[in-house]
Design a protein around this ligand. Structure first.
Ligand SMILES: Nc1ncnc2c1ncn2[C@@H]1O[C@H](COP(=O)(O)OP(=O)(O)OP(=O)(O)O)[C@@H](O)[C@H]1O
Length: 459
């Protein structure tokens, strides 16, 4: 393909963009060198104050030299280059490549001014690799739709003007202008899935079906259109199926959604809660396990960083929960008591500060079989029954601090219930128990957090 075709293509693509500043994401590799070179030659791009950014991941011994090469290249075109160094901490759920990509996008996003456009040099061959990778991971329309020519990223937009061009066209351009570029040796490593597809699989497919990459890009475009339509529906469906507390989803209504909506609704819900999304397989497993478990069961599906549990008709999405150590116990005299893990603080709250008790009590967690006679009640009640009546999800029951007399009598369950003895102890002090849990969301107590003030309990 002659170079002027790439210039023409960029000119007309630029004309369709909102008039915003333009930043090129420049790795120094072949593709982004072509993109930067071609945009540097465009008066329309220059008029947008064209700049470039190179992110140094520090993962290769030569990465400082790569940054230097990028600087020289940008200087030779009179384009300002921003170099950012990132520390790639490997995310346990992701490989090194994906962790680096996430760090890179994070850095680029942070750089973008409102409305600013970052140009990425992805091309049609990249798109075909992405679609195949997504298929191999069991993706739905959203994933198979692969990369969009323009999408929101941070406060601005990611723009991929070369997405319709084959890699060969970019190589022709680079040769024509005698560009020099960095060869990242990791691109030749066939143990990386994307490289394996690019080096060993796609060439064979193209040998047999020469138009394969165009066809795959066409399928991606169809899938993307379907995904956009589904996404709009999913937004409405989420609003209909969410519980009163946004960290819950009404299970039966969610399950009754058309199959094409279930996964997108789930993902929207998790994203809004800032929880990591499951893989496509984990999501399918979630539907299966939660759907198949009987009414009386409390299924839980986990993946790194999140878990979804069902209790009664609600799904609860949470960060992974842990139970406090079984034998944990501490003395309590009314002053702030730090509970283990993320379970917050327990204290007495009075008119003026935190009154002290004449005798020390004990705080520990549930071990089973506890009961108490409520300040408001006639009979001794099993804690298990109280939990069930209040709809406190089973996974929270072992996380509520229990206050005991030294002789072992249960006086209070967090700040939810008080025994008659507990009420008699606190009344003269004009105090009530206060549990300041880090997670005060209603989902921590199953959407029902029955607050019982001492006043109520004694009336
Ligand atoms: N280190 C980086 N700094 C800035 N932008 C990058 C960097 N790595 C990749 N990009 C941008 O993301 C796009 C796609 O990333 P990919 O990992 O496929 O790039 P690459 O293999 O280095 O290719 P290229 O030849 O496009 O530079 C690149 O075309 C480039 O626009």
């Amino acid at each position: 393909m002659p170079a002027h075709r790439i210039h023409d293509l960029l000119e007309s693509a630029l004309a369709e963009l909102t008039p915003a500043p333009l930043l090129v994401a420049f790795s120094g590799g072949l593709d982004s060198s072509v993109l930067l070179h071609a945009l540097a030659a465009s008066p329309a791009a220059r008029a947008r104050g064209l700049r470039a950014v190179h992110v140094d991941h520090g993962l290769h011994g030569d990465s400082t030299n790569w940054s230097r090469h990028c600087q020289t290249f940008a200087d030779s075109m009179g384009v300002e280059l921003i170099v950012r160094t990132v520390d790639v901490t490997r995310n346990p759920g992701l490989g090194l490549e994906a962790s680096a990509r996430r760090a890179r996008y994070g850095e680029i996003e942070a750089l973008l001014a409102p409305g600013e456009i970052v140009a990425l040099a992805h091309h049609r061959d990249d798109q075909a690799e992405t679609v195949l990778l997504k298929l191999l991971r069991g993706a739905g329309p959203e994933g198979i739709g692969a990369m969009r020519p323009l999408r929101r990223i941070g406060r601005g937009f990611a723009w991929r003007p070369l997405l319709g061009l084959p890699r060969a066209a970019l190589r022709d351009y680079a040769e024509q202008f005698q560009l020099t570029w960095i060869q990242d040796p990791s691109n030749a490593d066939p143990t990386i899935d994307r490289n394996f597809l690019r080096l060993q699989v796609i060439p064979r497919i193209v040998q047999r079906w020469p138009e394969a990459e165009t066809s795959i890009a066409q399928s991606a475009a169809w899938a993307r259109a379907a995904a956009e339509f589904i996404d709009e529906e999913a937004e409405r469906a989420l609003a209909r199926t969410q519980g009163l507390d946004p960290s819950t989803l009404r299970f039966r209504e969610w399950l009754a959604l058309p199959q094409a909506l279930r996964d997108p609704v789930l993902r929207r819900w998790l994203r809004a809660l800032d929880l990591p999304e499951p893989t496509y397989y984990q999501a399918a497993e979630l539907v299966r396990q939660l759907g198949e478990a009987g009414e009386d069961r409390q299924p839980c599906v986990r993946w790194p960083g999140a878990e979804v549990r069902r209790y009664r008709d609600l799904l609860h999405a949470l960060p992974p929960l842990q139970l406090p150590p079984f034998d944990w116990a501490a003395e309590f005299d009314g002053a702030d008591l730090a509970l283990p893990m993320d379970l917050g603080t327990l204290r007495l709250a009075g008119e003026a500060g935190s009154p002290r008790l004449a005798r020390r009590l004990q705080v520990r967690f549930r071990r089973g079989g506890e009961s108490l006679r409520l300040a408001t009640g006639e009979h001794t009640r099993e804690l298990r029954d109280l939990f069930q009546e209040a709809g406190i999800p089973p996974w929270q029951r072992g996380r509520l601090p229990l206050v005991f007399e030294r002789d072992g009598a249960l006086l209070a369950v967090a700040d939810l219930w008080l025994s008659q003895t507990g009420a008699r102890l606190l009344e003269p002090l004009g105090a009530r128990l206060q549990w300041i849990a880090r997670d005060m969301s209603p989902s921590a107590t199953g959407g029902a957090r029955p607050r019982i003030d001492l006043g109520d309990a004694l009336s």
